[in-house]
Each structure stands twice: as structure tokens, then as C-alpha cells.
Design a protein around this ligand. Structure first.
Ligand SMILES: NC(=O)c1ccc[n+]([C@@H]2O[C@H](COP(=O)([O-])OP(=O)(O)OC[C@H]3O[C@@H](n4cnc5c(N)ncnc54)[C@H](OP(=O)(O)O)[C@@H]3O)[C@@H](O)[C@H]2O)c1
Length: 316
């Protein structure tokens, strides 16, 4: 039994939660201990976390009772839902509700809810600049999360609302890496026009979250937004060109063409990029780089991240 304050980390075997868990576990002086929540404590990633000193506890966000048990005795929790596992905004909201209720019922002192904007505040459903999806969303994987902010507030959960950004790692894992186009040139394809896309190394989200837990009351009830860089498609392409030593161009397609790319979720992501471009002043404005660096002085620019990760980019 630890005398440190326990942070229960949802998604600890994944990208964001993994970053939070490692940020805490890598600090031997930390006032916090990590309780890594997973559906599968026997997975390699869960075992790695245990080896780093985490307590690994089984729970499933679909099951309120299991989350309530897993949060029992904790000081705080990092809460995240994974839309891309099931593509269901309704299921994501049930999961978020289970997290919020369990946090409330276990009396947690500080929760970080990894959320995103409910874009319908900017683009009402009757605004036809982008299609309405699934009957009641503009960007399902954003809207579903943003709508749940109110639930954490209404239940009286002491929450920090963490607005994250596009991971640099999407160029490794999300199929967005430079690819050879019909003209034989390597290109990255984004529907952002000439607007900057706030983005971040996923581990830097974890480091910011750790700082927010350390700050406690300073951040409860607040919205905190983080990004490591604000880059246009051309900036990303230039970064790849330098790092790969091979020309990469920016293929700036329209959001409409992106929605039509045909992979699962392309319409959702096309709308997402359109929201980020059309409301760029708000979207990039709130994801302030100086504020993000204050939270996490180790914040990586895309250039620095790329220098460390160039061998992981699956250039096609
Ligand atoms: N890609 C981006 O640029 C980006 C940017 C901002 C926000 N996001 C958001 O990030 C979210 C995904 O987070 P991520 O990137 O960290 O995902 P990830 O790396 O795919 O990991 C997903 C994590 O969620 C856990 N999980 C999933 N379903 C669960 C359940 N029912 N009960 C308990 N744990 C569950 C998994 O744990 P186990 O499998 O071990 O149980 C795993 O640790 C998405 O909702 C997405 O919208 C993504």
C-alpha cells in the first residue's frame, strides 16, 4: 500500500493515458502513484507499466461498477474515452458518464477529463457548410466528448477540462504519413488550406496532465488547452522534406474531398479539419504555445519530435 496519492489512469496502456502514467512514474520524487486501468492486465503494455511501478487494475468503462471499484481510494483520475475503437458517440458518452459518476461516487479530489470541442456551438446542425453526421452531430468524435463536459460539472466532479491537439504520432499510426501520389511525389494530404493545425507529441499531453494534477486547485473547474506547434500543411511538408532528405509536398485537398476518401471515419475527420480551419482563430488561439510551454517546459516542436522519430515514419 502506497502513502502517495493515487492517480487512476484510464487508457494507461494507450497513447494519452500512457503519457500521463509515464510522466508520473518517471518522477521518483512524485507525490503521486499510478493506478493503471485496463481491460486486460495480462497485456504486454500493462506488464510494462507494472514493471515501471504502476499498480495495474482491471476495469471496463462500459461497466460502471468496475470503474467505481477501480477508482476506490484514489485521489484523482485521468479520464479519456476511445471513440476510434467503436465509432459510436452514444457509447462514448455512456463511458464518459460511467467515469464521471464513479469519480463522484468515490469522492475523487481531482479529475482530468480529456475532452474536445462540441463543434455544434460553432456550427449548428442547420448550418450546411458541412454535412450533419449520424443525425445529430457535425464532428461526432468531438461533439460527443464536448457534450459530456456538462455532466462532469453537473455532478460536481472537481474537473479540469483538457483540450488536446492533433498528435504528431498520427503521421506514424493514423495513416497520415507522406505517401507517393500519382505524380510520383511524396505528399501529405490534409484539408487545412493554408491554416495552421495545432499539434503535439502525445507524451507532452501526459506531461501537461501531470503538471495539472500537481497544481490541484489552481486548475479545478478550468479548461486547459495544449499544443506543441501550430503548423500549416506546407510547414509539415517542409519539415518532412528536411528530415527525410527527400521532397515532400503538401496536397491541400478540400474537406469535401477528404470526407469522400472512403476509409471509416473519413467524413467525421473531414468535418473535424474543416472546423479547425474555418474557426482557426478560436481553435489555434486557445491552444496557446507559451501557455503550453509553461505547463511543460520540455514541450517538443514538430521539428524536434521529427528528429527523434523520423525512423518510425512509415513512408510509402
Ligand atoms: N489521434 C489524435 O490526434 C487525437 C487527438 C486528440 C484526441 N484524440 C482522442 O483520443 C482518444 C483515444 O485515446 P488514445 O489516442 O490514447 O487511444 P489509444 O492509444 O488507442 O488507447 C486507447 C486506450 O483506451 C483504453 N480503453 C478503450 N476502451 C476501454 C474500455 N471500455 N474500458 C477501459 N479502457 C478502455 C485502452 O485500454 P485497454 O485496451 O488496455 O483496456 C487503451 O489504453 C479518442 O477518443 C480520440 O478522439 C485523438
Amino acid at each position: 500500500m502506497t502513502d502517495k496519492k493515487i492517480i487512476a489512469v484510464i487508457g494507461a496502456t494507450g497513447a494519452q493515458g500512457g503519457g500521463v502514467a509515464r510522466a508520473i512514474l518517471n518522477d521518483p520524487e512524485s507525490e503521486f502513484a499510478v493506478r493503471a486501468i485496463t481491460r486486460n492486465p495480462e497485456s504486454e503494455k500493462a506488464k510494462e507499466l507494472a514493471a515501471l511501478g504502476a499498480e495495474v487494475v482491471a476495469a471496463d468503462m462500459d461497466d460502471y461498477e468496475s470503474v467505481k471499484k477501480a477508482f476506490d481510494g484514489a485521489y484523482g483520475a485521468f479520464c479519456i474515452t476511445n471513440y476510434w475503437e467503436h465509432f459510436s458517440p452514444e457509447r462514448e458518452q455512456v463511458q464518459a458518464m460511467n467515469l464521471a459518476r464513479a469519480a463522484k461516487d468515490d469522492g475523487l479530489k481531482h479529475v482530468i477529463w480529456s475532452t474536445l470541442e462540441d463543434t455544434r456551438r460553432w456550427v449548428p446542425l442547420d448550418d450546411d457548410r458541412m454535412p450533419t453526421l449520424m443525425g445529430k452531430y457535425k464532428v461526432p468524435h468531438l461533439d460527443a466528448k464536448g457534450e459530456m463536459d456538462q455532466v462532469f460539472t453537473d455532478l460536481g466532479v472537481p474537473t479540469t477540462f483538457l483540450l488536446t491537439s492533433f498528435y504528431y504520432e498520427n503521421f506514424i499510426y493514423f495513416g497520415l504519413q507522406p505517401k507517393v501520389g500519382p505524380d510520383g511525389k511524396l505528399a501529405i494530404t490534409l484539408p487545412m488550406g493554408d491554416k495552421p493545425l495545432p499539434s503535439i507529441a502525445v507524451n507532452d499531453i501526459g506531461k501537461a496532465a501531470y503538471r495539472i494534477f500537481k497544481g490541484g486547485d489552481e486548475f479545478i473547474g478550468k479548461t486547459v488547452a495544449v499544443a506543441g506547434d501550430h503548423l500549416t500543411g506546407s510547414d509539415f511538408a517542409n519539415g518532412f522534406t528536411k528530415a527525410l532528405g527527400r521532397e515532400v509536398v503538401y496536397n491541400a485537398i478540400t474537406p469535401e474531398d477528404f470526407r469522400g476518401l472512403g476509409f471509416p471515419g473519413a467524413d467525421d475527420l473531414g468535418n473535424m479539419f474543416q472546423f479547425k480551419a474555418d474557426f482557426n482563430e478560436y481553435y489555434a488561439g486557445i491552444r496557446n504555445l507559451d501557455e503550453s510551454r509553461k505547463l511543460n517546459p520540455e514541450l517538443l516542436s514538430f521539428k524536434d519530435w521529427l528528429a527523434q522519430n523520423i525512423d518510425r515514419i512509415p513512408v510509402e
